[in-house]
Ligand binder design. Structure first.
Ligand code: AQP
Length: 332
């Protein structure tokens, strides 16, 4: 059985990108002989300043959304990163098995510093690939589903693991990164060249908790090209191709079928229908979410179960690592 580890940052409202690219897929994977570990990556969230109330609330929201999307907490472990001390413990150790040079080469960090000053960045932003390496190595993950923007971080994770294993003998499994299919990458409604992101402007994403009228409005205002012909071509028509992907995911029709349905229609009708389709599907999910979110006892039970399953494995790994490098370890 393959083991997969993945996380979601509670940095904003969950979007259609998170749903189609990750959460919906995670629920489907439960039927594929996979052992899954999903965590709320709240330690990662704080590399950008967060409102404490919102951060705490969103952490619990994501747990409820995962279950809403079909992740079964009896089959997969759902846990909160900050509640498993092993994540911060392993991070500090691994920080000493990576160089400043390696971290400075990370494209995501370089992108950030190209937009503002390097000196003013918080050190957490520089070091977060190490935290990410620990998240994965703690659990001996076989695979990590990542966006292509995270592939470099995964390569670093493999290098850190190999370096440690060389020095102290086999300790960490070197995980494989699996890039999600291109269709699973949902792009911004305002700029189809960049991915839909929860920390971008509100009109660039559909939040899972958006009201139906806002969903319809946002799709109507989504950028398209001037051709007014509905066809799939992610190179020359990235905006309309992105909308076709979303339509296909929600209608379960193939792209070809949708293109044929709209061959005599313009963008206006297509975007209105898409807005109504997504609004009606999200309405069902939102009702389910509300019920789950309000069931505090169930949520806490789920988190407790996930945390205890995760820490049992993670604590063993930290103790093995501490032992190998000569640190005294005892969990009271
Ligand atoms: N647009 C997307 N298309 C496909 N998959 C996506 N994911 C996120 N956006 C898209 C996938 O969702 C999972 C959790 O991601 P995350 O929220 O932890 O981090 P992220 O990818 O950095 O998402 P955001 O929304 O862009 O967050 P911010 O704005 O805070 O950086 C991952 O599996 C991710 O691939």
């Amino acid at each position: 059985m393959k083991r997969i580890v993945s996380g979601i940052k509670p940095t904003g409202e969950l979007t259609l990108g998170n749903y189609l690219g990750a959460m919906k897929r995670w629920a489907e994977m439960e039927n594929e002989n996979i052992e899954s570990f999903y965590f709320i990556a709240n330690l990662h969230a704080i590399t950008v300043r967060q409102d404490p109330f919102q951060l705490r609330k969103r952490t619990f929201d994501i747990v409820a959304w995962l279950i809403t999307c079909g992740v079964n907490p009896e089959k997969s472990l759902i846990f909160i990163q900050s509640m498993i001390p092993a994540h911060t413990e392993i991070c500090w150790v691994l920080t000493n098995y990576v160089t400043i040079g390696e971290l400075g080469k990370m494209t995501q960090f370089k992108d950030k510093v190209s937009k503002s000053s390097r000196e003013g960045q918080v050190a957490g932003l520089f070091e977060y690939p190490v935290l990410m390496a620990g998240d994965v190595l703690l659990y001996d993950a076989d695979e990590v589903p990542v966006g292509d923007d995270q592939m470099q971080h995964l390569e670093l994770t493999r290098n850190i693991a190999a370096r440690f294993n060389n020095l102290y003998g086999q300790t960490f499994k070197e995980p494989k990164g699996t890039v999600s299919k291109i269709t699973a990458r949902i792009m911004s409604l305002k700029n189809p060249e960049s991915k839909m992101s929860k920390s971008e402007t509100e009109d660039s994403y559909i939040a899972l908790e958006d009201k139906p009228e806002d969903i319809i409005k946002k799709f109507k205002r989504a950028v398209t090209d001037s051709e007014n012909q509905i066809r799939f071509d992610s190179e020359s028509k990235p905006a309309i191709s992105n909308l076709l992907n979303i339509y296909s995911a929600f209608s379960e029709k193939s792209i070809d079928e949708i293109v044929s349905d709209y061959k005599n229609e313009g963008y206006g009708k297509f975007k209105t229908d898409l807005g109504e389709l997504v609004a009606s599907k999200l309405d069902i999910l939102q009702k389910r979410f509300k019920e789950i979110r309000e069931d505090e006892e169930f949520l806490l039970k789920t988190i407790k179960r996930g945390n205890s399953g995760a820490s049992e494995i993670a604590d063993k790994k930290v103790s093995e690592v501490y032992e190998k490098i000569g640190l005294v370890y005892h969990r009271f």
